[in-house]
Design a protein around this ligand. Structure first.
Ligand code: ZN
Length: 152
């Protein structure tokens, strides 16, 4: 590239000289005003902890689903441990009322919350979802109980 002012071969830079945008060499650039180069889009950097979270979340959405009887499982496990709803609520940062709703299946816990409950109560709340693998004729012979057992 040649300087539009003096014709010298050089690394050119974009400047405004007397209202005109020009590509000029470094010595000619001194006569003009540098053009504000539009900022390159900086890729949004996700903190690594968040990245892991997103990755996991996507993974769960693809292959894992909360079990259909999450409320029952949570209540049973909680009672087995002699915990009140209030105590469990305190452990997972939810109100007693919310725990009751989750146990009554009026409220689906967030994946994050459900994971926490899984760990705290040592229960399984997510199961693999691979509908493509289960053939129709295989499903017919299975009860819901069988399906649930298979997932554990
Ligand atoms: Zn020049």
């Amino acid at each position: 590239m040649r300087c539009e002012l003096c014709g010298k071969e050089d690394r050119l830079q974009r400047v405004i000289i007397e209202g005109t945008e020009m590509m000029v060499c470094s010595s000619c650039a001194a006569y003009g005003k540098p053009v504000a180069v539009p900022k390159r889009k900086v890729p949004v950097s996700i903190p690594s902890s968040k990245k892991e979270y997103y990755g996991k979340d996507i993974f769960e959405k693809m292959d894992k689903e909360i079990v259909p009887d999450w409320g029952k499982r949570i209540r049973k496990a909680r009672e087995n441990r002699g915990l009140t709803r209030q105590q469990l609520g305190a452990m997972i940062g939810e109100k007693t009322n919310t725990v009751a709703k989750i146990e009554n299946q009026e409220l689906r816990p967030s994946d994050e919350k459900a994971k926490k409950i899984e760990k705290l109560l040592n229960i399984v709340l997510f199961h693999d979802v691979k509908p493509a693998i289960i053939k129709k004729k295989d499903v017919r012979g299975l009860t819901i109980g069988d399906l649930l057992k298979k997932d554990e």
